[in-house]
Every structure is written in structure tokens, then in C-alpha cells.
Design a protein around this ligand. Structure first.
Ligand code: ATP
Length: 220
């Protein structure tokens, strides 16, 4: 199902950033915050904004929250308000509810309430940054499961000029280069003769161990 209309509850740094990006991507966004100043700030950017307390059922009903495809609860410090707002959005029939959690316990409660996706921005960003700090070539990664990862690795000087066949990560470490991002564009499913240049980005898929072994071998 394609999401078109979004309601964001809480226009702090997290909610405001999601709202702004959705607008840039061409979607309609209603922003709700009980703080008039926050609403004022975002009123120039978002499609609609409302000053309201999202823990009040009648208020959420009157702003037509149920008509939205997706609701984002971006309240942090006030855990109780976050939980109430998430319950109300679910009960009103918002198709997909996403909520930010500030602690494991907060997250567990949201998950128990069948919130469709719980996000831990600080924890997850901290983990990402730690991975990037210890692996200088690692630009970004997606965990596919406990075992498998897709990682973006910068091509270091030691691989410059080598073909994928010569580099041979599949033969040596078991992980595969599924795409190669070059300044001219992305090569999807590169062939054995495609050549790496310093600064290109390799998109590599494999188990965590295989990718780590490849990273260790090319680490500066
Ligand atoms: P961020 O890190 O995104 O800046 P935060 O984690 O510090 O935010 P808060 O500042 O607690 O989270 O909340 C974000 C926004 O949610 C604030 O602008 C606050 O006014 C708003 N907010 C909190 N409770 C409610 C509520 N019951 N109804 C509407 N808005 C609320």
C-alpha cells in the first residue's frame, strides 16, 4: 500500500525533520504539537499544522486523524503522552502507526500495543556511528537479518585499478559486490571485468563475518 498522507504528532527535532523530508518528497503532512511556537515554526513548511494535545481523543477525532494513511508519534520526553497518542491513532484506524521510543521499556510498551514500527533514533544512530568509527571504509549498512548485511564500502587506494575478478571478494571471503556506485552512475550487478576506482562505493552483501573479513583485508 502506498502512503500518501501523513500526520506527525510532536514537532521537535525528530518530528520536524521527518515532516520536512516528506514534504520535499512530495507528500502531504499534517503536523500536530501542543506547543504553539513549534507549530508556528513548521506552519510555513508543512501542508497543515494544528496546535493540539494529541492525548485528547476528541481533538484527534476533530482534526480527522483517522483519514491519514500513516501516523508518526515523535514525542520523546513525555512517555505517557507518546503511548496515549499511539493508542489513540491505532484506535481511530490510522493504517500505519510509527512511534519513536526513548528507552527499551518505552519501546516494549509501544510494541505490545501493536505499533507497526518502533524507532530508537539515538540508540540506532549510536550503533551506526560506532560501526563506522571502527571501520573506516564502511559508509552505511542495512541488517537484513541477524546474520546477513548489505554494506556500502568505499573503495580504498589498495583496490584502485583492480577488476572485480582480481579483487574476488566472493572467492576469498564469501561476500559479493552487487552494485558499484561510480561518479558516472550506479552499475547494478557488475561483471568480473568492471574496474574499481578509489572513492567508488561497493555495495556488498554477505554474512556479517564475511563482510568483516573483506573490510579487514582492505582496511587502511
Ligand atoms: P526531539 O528529540 O525530536 O527534539 P524530544 O525527544 O526531546 O524531541 P519532546 O521534546 O518531549 O521530545 O517532544 C517532541 C515534541 O512533542 C515537542 O515539541 C512537544 O511539544 C510535543 N508534544 C509532547 N507532548 C505532546 C502532546 N501530548 N500533544 C502534542 N504534542 C506534544
Amino acid at each position: 500500500m502506498k502512503m500518501n498522507q501523513f500526520v506527525i504528532i510532536g514537532l521537535g527535532r525528530f518530528g520536524a525533520s521527518i515532516g520536512q523530508e516528506l514534504i520535499e518528497l512530495g507528500y502531504e503532512v499534517l503536523g500536530v504539537d501542543r506547543d504553539e511556537e513549534k507549530v508556528q515554526e513548521m506552519s510555513r513548511i508543512l501542508t497543515h499544522t494544528v496546535v493540539a494535545d494529541a492525548t485528547d481523543e476528541d481533538t484527534l477525532r476533530s482534526i480527522g486523524a483517522r483519514n491519514f494513511d500513516c501516523g508518526v508519534v515523535a514525542i520523546g520526553d513525555d512517555v505517557q503522552a507518546s503511548i496515549l497518542a499511539a493508542i489513540l491513532l491505532k484506535e481511530l484506524g490510522v493504517k500505519k502507526v510509527v512511534a519513536k521510543a526513548v528507552s527499551e521499556l518505552h519501546g516494549r510498551v509501544l510494541e505490545r500495543m501493536d505499533v507497526d514500527r518502533v524507532i530508537y533514533p539515538e540508540r540506532d544512530m549510536g550503533i551506526r556511528v560506532a560501526h563506522q568509527l571502527v571501520s573506516p571504509n564502511l559508509l552505511d549498512y542495512i541488517e537484513l537479518s541477524d546474520k546477513y548485511t548489505i554494506a556500502e564500502l568505499g573503495v580504498p587506494a589498495c583496490l584502485a585499478g583492480k577488476s572485480i575478478e582480481e579483487t574476488n571478494p566472493r572467492g576469498r571471503y564469501g561476500c559479493s559486490i552487487v552494485a558499484l556506485n561510480k561518479p558516472k552512475g550506479m552499475i547494478v550487478a557488475p561483471t568480473a571485468t568492471d574496474t574499481l576506482a578509489e572513492g567508488d562505493v561497493m555495495v556488498v552483501i554477505g554474512t556479517n563475518e564475511q563482510i568483516e573479513a573483506f573490510q579487514d583485508a582492505i582496511g587502511q
